[in-house]
Design a protein around this ligand. Sequence first.
Ligand SMILES: Cc1cc2nc3c(=O)[nH]c(=O)nc-3n(C[C@H](O)[C@H](O)[C@H](O)COP(=O)(O)OP(=O)(O)OC[C@H]3O[C@@H](n4cnc5c(N)ncnc54)[C@H](O)[C@@H]3O)c2cc1C
Length: 496
Amino acid sequence: MEIFLWYSILLGALFACALLTAYILNRWSTTLFYYRKYIHYPQIHKYFRGAVKTTGSDAISILAVWIVNALCVGVGVKDRTSLMKRSGLMAIANMIPLALGSRTGFIAYLFGIDPELYRRAHNWIGRISIIEGVLHSALAASSNGTWSRNAVSLVALVALSGIALGSIPFALTYFYEIFAKFHLMLAITLIVAIWRHLAPSSLLRPPKLYVFLTTCLWASNCLLQCMHMAYRNIKYGSSKVLRCSASIEAVTDAVLVEVKLARTWEFEAGQFVYLRLPEVSRTAFMQAHPFFVSWWDRDTLSLLIEPRRGFTGSLQLYAKEERTKKADLIAIIDGPYGKELDLTKFETVLLFATGIGIAGQLSYLKRLMEIKDRRATSIKRISLYWEMEYAEHQNWVLKKINSLLEKDRKYILKIEFYIRHSHRSDTIPIGKHGLLYENHKEMDSRSLVKDEMARNKGQMVVSLCVRNKVADTLRSTVAECMDRGVELVELDFRPT
Ligand SMILES: Cc1cc2nc3c(=O)[nH]c(=O)nc-3n(C[C@H](O)[C@H](O)[C@H](O)COP(=O)(O)OP(=O)(O)OC[C@H]3O[C@@H](n4cnc5c(N)ncnc54)[C@H](O)[C@@H]3O)c2cc1C
């Protein structure tokens, strides 16, 4: 138990430090301001992070987890055998939090943990566990053992290597679905192989206890998720069983999906659901993909989907086919995941979107414009800046935006569209309200945010759902020019 105790103590200390830091930062606004400006908002150099978002605070957390693991593996180790045992034990101990899944961790969702943060933690703890497992195998490879124990060790090593190979960015980008299925199969193989590899001992003693805990956690997570999905998707009415159903419509370069729900939900802005539409293609029943809930009412939710190569490409083809059924398709929903960010405490709200990122920002716009008691909020101005590729993409959301503009009795809303590919180069107003403009040029996000910050000195939030390059520009500009009242938030997805 000793090493796990140390690991728990060190992780606990890390968590306590994080809580203490958050407390101190909250109490002392000056500290908080400098922390945000120099650590929390800027990203580390591209050379270290690649295209992945990694801020200073992310880097510190990752480093701390590495250090805690290095200490637990290395401190007090006297010889090769004890190093082998330690690394193996730590590899298994790290599997316990991994069993909660990645972004869809239902238990993590119940505890209100941010899905993006949770996904990152899963990735990093997974990487560390793989390295510890490989170190353990390398040290064990030269030592003696019975044939059967070596065979299961080999299976465990192959499963570990398979998981590592499937996690490289190339595999994730081009073979996401295959990766996801293999990942699960390899993880189950790994757990079974580790169980068989372990010498007979009591279930209540480590390392068997850790494997048992991992399995229990994984099973409870799956069970809870299935129960939640069944609850969301099926309702037994007095005369018939109600299920979720979807209607789909192809629009220029996108597909609009409306899901009629089996039972009503209370939605929050910025939430996403995993959607499964089994009738769309032969393999679609095996696939569930995450999409922001861009709009909703009591029993319907709307998703705006940009076609890519896989499921979303098949969805577009299906929606365009002339004689196929486009309404009342079987839909299976898992979710919602994600937590709404409270934007009502700010005087100025700046929402930035590029391309399909509008799906995430539209839900916030809807939420903010539908607040009944404006006096309960601090909001004085809301601006939406949306850069799209072609002018036709406005039609994805124009009706909904117009309906929100009609609700804007106090003229707090201002909307600017930026069209990247256009033969014109001017700015024109859309509609009669004078609150919506169409700019035929690329969005200069740096100037926009700098001007806003120069003009407005109060509490301001800059919210992003934009492609990598624009996010990098906005992060560095906000960090460079920010005043004390400025905050920056990023939604759970960066469009390409
Ligand atoms: C929180 C969140 C919200 C999103 N909201 C929207 C939205 O509102 N509208 C929209 O059009 N897109 C949204 N996306 C992106 C959308 O999930 C992917 O475009 C979709 O899953 C691609 O499916 P595909 O089979 O066509 O992908 P492929 O063509 O196979 O791959 C395209 C890209 O999508 C990624 N991808 C594939 N499957 C998944 C998956 N199950 N989970 C995460 N990434 C995946 C791949 O890594 C690759 O980079 C969101 C993503 C996340 C994480």
